[in-house]
Design a binder for this molecule. Structure first.
Ligand code: C2E
Ligand code: MG
Ligand code: MG
Ligand code: MG
Length: 277
């Protein structure tokens, strides 16, 4: 009896696995076609100077607009794009599009805006990554100092020496590198010390508990201290409430990002919401 039940359970499990694998295969095919047909769009979220409240730039965040109009979040397809290597052409499109948009807004009267673009490890490790960045800057006319490339600590895992060399190359071009989701990954302080990073993006899990207790604030404070030591501006991610904003301001955190300051929105809406004279 128990054996039969076990068998039955196994069969259900196997069917689920097959279904999951099939769904993934399906998604993979869709994604591959979407990269070819360009079914992606960028949304932009403001980066705010916390002392003055001024918008200093925006992070470009990719979305997949399916033919039926449904919007798919990057959390769903970026991992698959990374796994399949489709992130390489997709990432190049994102970079080109974000730089193009930044130039449009600069020309429209916002010359100081900075655009931040996420770069996954797979892209970062392409031998042609730095030349691609150079080429896109040349093509779009964006000044290198107006571009920030967001990487995660994972780039330090496999090739720390190479990662450092490449970050130095980008820095010498004038492009800034930001460390995204700081505090969630494996952070080897001695490796960070040698990585030329211009920004430390404190993960929202540290912002969420604020005002919290002494310990919660001490963690934010330690990131701010590290930022100072590394000569990197700290960007607090995921500010959702006025209280969180006020605590971060009182701690003198220089830059913030989050729903309370502005949600990611399409370019036209970003201009309406944030770039009105
Ligand atoms: P990320 O780079 O850390 O981007 C910030 C994420 O936090 C975004 O999610 C943003 O919408 C969300 N967020 C912003 N403010 C708040 C807030 O106040 N509360 C909460 N709960 N969330 C907030 P999104 O757009 O879904 O992107 C998720 C992740 O997908 C990004 O995390 C990034 O790792 C990746 N991603 C997005 N666009 C790209 C891209 O073009 N290329 C690559 N390689 N990865 C991307
Ligand atoms: Mg990011
Ligand atoms: Mg982040
Ligand atoms: Mg992230």
């Amino acid at each position: 009896q128990a054996k039969a039940a076990g068998k039955r359970q196994y069969r259900f499990y196997a069917q689920d696995m097959t279904r999951a694998a099939q769904a993934k295969l399906h998604l993979r095919g869709q994604l591959s076609r979407a990269v070819d047909t360009g079914e992606f769009e960028l949304h932009y979220q403001p980066l705010v100077d916390l002392a003055t409240g001024a918008i200093i730039g925006m992070e470009a965040l990719v979305r997949w607009r399916e033919a039926n109009g449904r919007l798919i979040s990057p959390a769903t397809f970026i991992p698959l794009a990374e796994e399949t290597g489709l992130i390489v052409p997709l990432g190049a499109w994102v970079l080109r599009e974000a730089c193009t948009q930044a130039v449009r807004w600069q020309v429209a009267g916002h010359p100081d805006l900075v655009v931040a673009v996420n770069v996954s490890v797979r892209q970062w490790e392409e031998a042609t990554f730095v030349p691609l960045v150079q080429q896109i800057l040349l093509e779009t006319g964006l000044s290198p100092s107006r571009l920030v490339l967001e990487i995660t600590e994972s780039v330090l895992l496999s090739e720390p020496v190479e990662a450092r060399r490449q970050a130095e190359q980008l820095a010498s071009l004038g492009v800034r590198v930001a460390l995204d989701d700081y505090g969630t990954g494996y952070s080897n302080l001695s490796q960070l010390q040698h990585l030329p990073i211009a920004q430390l993006k404190l993960d929202r899990t540290f912002v969420h508990p604020l005002p919290g207790g002494v310990r919660d604030q001490a963690l934010v404070q330690s990131a701010l201290t590290l930022g100072q030591a590394l000569d990197a501006a700290v960007v607090a991610e995921g500010i959702e409430t006025d209280t969180q904003l006020q605590v971060l301001r009182s701690l003198a955190c220089p830059v913030g990002q989050g729903y309370f300051l502005g949600r990611p929105v399409p370019a036209s809406e970003f201009a309406l919401q944030h770039l009105q004279p």
